[in-house]
Design a protein around this ligand. Structure first.
Ligand SMILES: [Mg+2]
Length: 194
């Protein structure tokens, strides 16, 4: 039996790429500054890198699962060019009210619920308490807390930093600050909001 490894879990929209709402074309992607450096640091520390993304746009029929996979293949190639191996990505196409047909379910994978994290942990043999989850929404922090992820980090900018999570999370202004957290250092004051 192989040992469990830690993971750097990343929300996609707002953490990997700029949040523009229902993004599905590679031409729309603008990577967030520092994302590749963060991932390279994570790899050096033997973290697996896994993206977790709510994609209710699929359920709303704004784009298809094939569009999502095509975009993620393109994104994986962009990361490879930056010497980063993405170990996996998980998505939830469902929405309890706004989705159509079979996608209209209250899915346990949709953040703030922890389903995607739990699937990833099982598939990739992840040590959740030693892992780190970077999101830009309270629902990311809530999902991470529910799954028992050890370090929760909210990248400021998309949502206010005063949400009810029921677990400690750190608010950072930049992805560079996350590198320090991963290494067990405390980020510099000018990288933190709280
Ligand atoms: Mg997001």
């Amino acid at each position: 039996m192989s040992r469990l490894t830690p993971a750097l879990f990343l929300d996609r929209d707002g953490v990997v790429n700029r949040e523009i709402g229902y993004l599905y074309k590679s031409e729309q992607v603008q990577f967030i500054p520092g994302i590749f450096e963060l991932c390279r640091s994570a790899q050096e520390l033997n973290y697996k890198i896994i993206i977790l993304t709510n994609q209710a746009g699929i359920g709303r029929e704004l784009y298809t699962e094939a569009d999502l996979h095509a975009l993620m293949e393109w994104m994986t190639a962009q990361f490879e060019q930056e010497r980063v191996k993405l170990n996996g990505y998980y998505y939830c196409p469902h929405h309890p009210e706004q989705a159509i047909g079979r996608y209209r379910i209250d899915c346990p994978d949709r953040k703030p619920r922890p389903g995607m994290l739990l699937h990833a942990a099982r598939d990739h043999r992840i040590d959740l308490p030693k892992s780190l989850f970077v999101g830009d929404r309270c629902s990311d922090m809530q999902a991470g807390a529910a799954a028992g992820v050890g370090k929760l980090v909210l990248l400021a900018g998309t949502e206010v930093s005063t949400c009810e999570v029921g677990a400690h999370f750190t608010v950072v202004k930049t992805l560079e600050a996350v590198i320090g957290l991963m290494e067990g250092r405390f980020p510099r004051d000018n990288e933190l909001l709280s």
